[in-house]
Design a protein around this ligand. Structure first.
Ligand code: ES4
Ligand code: ZN
Length: 319
């Protein structure tokens, strides 16, 4: 039995496996610039975050209807459940769809057709987090927040993702203020490729409750001390870091040192179809390659529930 865990850093578009991509392409009459799934998998050799994002956005062209988003989420939830995920807080990127003519309602209602029945069908509770693409303008993010208003009953919070360097959190100050005023929870990617200062900004300017990645905090001892003191959860994604060359090798990943320093770490999959594994695969990898003890693995699993947006009573039932 895999360890029960919550997944807190998961882009639903990043769960699009090559087989499903081709199936949806055929269903929707979309032509992909790859002959078959093998040739597509060949393209999964990334130099950095941007080279991954180029492919990630390209493949989204196959996602067009509510049923596509429903199928995508169902495929993820089935795989996650098999690896011990009991709760998933799922990111989606509305601008990546609305900008190619797929409406916000299609995305949210399509995902909801799956998420609304996930507890019964997969034994996985879920939350939906809408991310703004930080390499687009703050105005575009604000329009996206407005667009989401009819759907806010289905959305627990906002996040910030895509190309990080040159797009500091402070760019989205007003958007996050507006999100907070609407009662939305706040998270943001920071310190994946961007500098440690972005992590402090995400906390101070955007008011985030968790930091997605946060890996580069290790370069700033004062920041580490603060994150420990304030028990700020970090949603780490070890296999993602290896594939995007944020770390040289998995063996060199700072996770053990971060746990030793007292940071509240969690382990997640990010974009599992692209980075070689789902949540359980990430746990297995850090157990095997980093030699984490069973006690450390249980700590990571416990942290994932504590750092989730589950209510206290739900949280205790799950872990
Ligand atoms: C992402 Cl790994 C990563 N980083 C930033 N933005 C993203 N969107 C999807 N995956
Ligand atoms: Zn991410």
């Amino acid at each position: 039995m895999p360890l029960p865990k919550a997944e807190l850093h998961l882009h639903v578009e990043g769960t699009l496996e090559p087989e499903l991509a081709f199936e949806l392409a055929a269903r929707n009459g979309v032509k992909l610039p790859y002959a078959d799934t093998d040739e597509l998998r060949e393209a999964y050799r990334f130099q950095d975050l941007q080279s991954f994002l180029d492919l990630y956005y390209e493949l989204m062209a196959v996602l067009r209807t509510e049923r596509d988003f429903e199928d995508l989420a169902n495929a993820y939830l089935a795989r996650a459940a098999a690896q011990g995920v009991r709760h998933a807080e799922i990111f989606f990127d509305p601008q990546a769809h609305t900008s190619r003519g797929v409406e916000m309602g299609t995305v949210v209602e399509g995902l909801w057709r799956s998420l609304g029945r996930s507890v019964e069908n997969h034994g996985v509770s879920t939350r939906l987090i809408m991310c703004f693409l930080r390499d687009r303008s703050a105005e575009s993010a604000m329009r996206t927040l407005e667009d989401a208003r009819p759907h806010l009953g289905r959305i627990v919070g906002v996040g910030l993702d895509s190309a990080e360097v040159g797009h500091p959190p402070v760019k989205f100050r007003e958007v996050y203020e507006a999100a907070a005023a609407l009662g939305l929870r706040r998270v943001a990617h920071a310190g994946e490729e961007g500098p440690p200062e972005y992590i402090g900004q995400a906390l101070d300017v955007l008011g985030v409750e968790r930091v997605d990645h946060g890996l580069r905090c290790v370069e700033d001892p004062a920041l580490v001390e603060r994150l420990v003191r304030e028990r700020v959860p970090l949603t780490l994604c070890p296999l993602s870091n290896v594939r995007l060359r944020t770390v040289d090798t998995l063996a060199a990943h700072p996770l053990p040192a971060m746990l030793d320093a007292g940071l509240m770490c969690t382990v997640n999959s990010d974009d599992p179809a692209y980075f070689g594994g789902y949540a359980g695969d990430n746990f297995d990898a850090v157990r095997t390659t980093l030699g984490l003890s069973e006690e450390r693995l249980r700590e990571l699993a416990r942290n994932s529930f504590l750092a989730s947006f589950l209510e206290d009573d739900e949280e205790l039932r799950q872990r």
